[in-house]
Design a binder for this molecule. Structure first.
Ligand SMILES: Cc1cc2nc3c(=O)[nH]c(=O)nc-3n(C[C@H](O)[C@H](O)[C@H](O)COP(=O)(O)O)c2cc1C
Ligand code: SF4
Length: 494
């Protein structure tokens, strides 16, 4: 099986640039980092008069570590505290908070209820007070990500899928254990879900969150609306119907919380679903990802931002239309991501080491980084007035700051979003902006344990690099789970 060069083995920025050139990737990369208040990454962004103090954003990241009734635990509070200490001035939602119990992605996901209000207030307070320790909070913008997990709901048991789907999907239905006879959500049920989003918006507003993210990414409900081409009725078919969910929630927000900003985290493109190639597993490793069979379903109608004739490629016509619509709706904050961690993780979070339910990378993960960066650049060119956050920078490792600086100064993106990197090394943005040398031992190497752990019923966290998790009994359990999986794969091959 093909192994891709590890970024950790590349010594200098020049070597990294040569490596990018050898892969024919157009990822921009500066050779020297600038520091000081006028440096590209330290320059503020203005949002309706409010300044967002720098160009780093923390992506939402949940930990599967809330209480069963949806309140934050000590580990949740610690993660939000770390987000505050990161130095990033845009906090995109903290983590996915379910608007109702049946839309939770796991039984430990945070849940918006009357009883959980004080927990959500505590999270904001923890983050803001941590940030105050390192600087002013006047230029900090914090939002809350609101979600319904739709097809990927597992509200009651970690191992039991309880999907809520908008339409039947040729490859994803089987993955959540349903077939054509399974009922899709009715228009009436969708309206009830919209009402729960608006309840959540009201609470977020009362608690002092400055924006809400109406999540439209990663295969969850909001994202599924955008690809509901085959659904009849008011919420499917035409572009107008597939965006009704977003439009109705937006109108509701304007009515219940007129001062609240709205953000949308959007899987701006998707590809078909992938699985490990059973023919090419080796030495305890899964096979590299290959697309599920889609040839019988062409033109492909089951994705958003997918090329209908060649669904292994993306296509931005409809995403552009959606961004135009967002502008009309006065939505100014858009966080661009792609695909889904469930069915094409190499698109969504490029990694050298796959999570246990994934597959070996089918491409150099840098190609995955470049794909997201290039799509974001194309959208930024057409929508200069939107504030666009970019995703998938973690895999760049030591070279992340150099690429981030170039991407911002060359206008590819407004704010560089960080996911996994802040789990292993929360203060990276602050270190970069202050011109400090990076701590190499804390750099995320995309081991994927933070995804493998929750896929196997454990809380998420950076088990390999974060002492808080390293010493837990879950770390030992995780090692056992991984070696059992490797052994099972080796047995299969003999
Ligand atoms: C442990 C973990 C939890 C995540 N939780 C969320 C979430 O709650 N909401 C969301 O939109 N994305 C979530 N993501 C995706 C990240 O926000 C981000 O898109 C992804 O990790 C790619 O960015 P990166 O390359 O910087 O890691 C999660 C990712 C990880 C690894
Ligand atoms: S477990 Fe740690 S090193 Fe591995 S991908 Fe997650 S954050 Fe990165």
């Amino acid at each position: 099986m093909r192994a891709y060069p590890s970024i950790g083995g590349i010594r200098t920025v020049e070597d990294f640039k040569s490596h990018l050139a050898s892969l024919q990737l157009s990822i921009p990369c500066d050779v020297e980092l600038q520091t000081g208040p006028t440096s590209p990454l330290a320059r503020p962004i203005s949002l309706d008069g409010k300044l967002i103090g720098n160009r780093f954003c923390i992506h939402p990241m949940e930990g599967w570590d809330g209480t069963r009734d949806g309140k934050p635990s000590e580990a949740t509070l610690r993660r939000w505290r770390n987000f505050g200490l990161s130095g990033a001035k845009l906090i995109w939602g903290g983590e996915a908070v379910a608007v109702r119990h049946d839309g939770r992605a796991n039984p430990n996901q945070l849940l918006m209820t009357e009883e959980n209000k004080s927990g959500l207030a505590q999270l904001l307070d923890e983050l803001v007070s941590a940030h105050r320790e390192i600087g002013t909070t006047d230029d900090l913008l914090v939002g809350l990500q609101l979600t319904h997990s739709g097809r990927f709901s597992r509200p009651n048991e970690k191992t039991k899928a309880e999907p809520k789907v908008l339409y039947h999907h040729p490859t994803l239905d089987a993955r959540v254990g349903i077939d054509e006879s399974f009922p899709v959500l009715t228009d009436g049920e969708i309206r009830e879900i919209i009402d729960t989003f608006l309840f959540a918006v009201r609470v977020a507003n009362d608690l002092g969150y400055e924006f809400v993210d109406i999540k439209h990414c990663h295969g969850y409900l909001g994202h599924e609306f955008l690809s509901a081409h085959t659904r009849p009725g008011e919420f499917g078919g035409s572009f107008e119907n597939r965006t009704r969910f977003l439009r109705e929630i937006t109108a509701g927000v304007r009515a219940v919380a007129p001062k609240m900003q709205i953000g949308v985290r959007l899987s701006a493109f998707d590809l078909v679903s992938y699985r490990p190639d059973p023919e090419r597993g080796s030495k305890g490793k899964m096979g590299p990802g290959i697309p599920d069979v889609y040839e019988n379903y062409l033109p492909y109608q089951f994705g958003f931002g997918v090329n209908a004739d060649r669904p292994e490629e993306y296509e931005l016509t409809e995403p552009r239309r959606l961004l135009s619509l967002m502008q009309e709706l006065d939505i100014k904050l858009v966080n661009i991501t792609a695909g889904s961690p469930y069915y094409n993780p190499h698109i969504q979070r490029p990694a050298l080491y796959p999570p246990s339910d994934g597959y070996e990378p089918p491409e150099d993960p840098l190609i995955g980084v470049a794909r997201q960066m290039e799509a974001t650049r194309a959208l930024k060119q057409d929508f200069p007035n939107l504030i666009l956050v970019g995703t998938a920078y973690t895999y760049l490792q030591e070279f992340l700051p150099y690429v981030a600086q170039a991407a911002v100064s060359e206008g590819w993106v407004d704010s560089v979003g960080l996911g996994r990197m802040v789990l292993s090394y929360p203060e990276l943005p602050l270190d970069v902006i202050s011109g400090r040398v990076l701590e190499h031992k804390r750099i995320c190497r995309t081991f994927s344990d933070c995804t493998t752990a929750p896929r196997n019923g454990l809380a998420s966290g950076c088990y390999p690099l974060d002492d808080y998790y390293k010493r837990t009994s879950e770390a030992t359990q995780l090692k056992q789970i991984k070696s059992a999986k490797r052994a099972a794969l080796s047995d299969k091959l003999h």
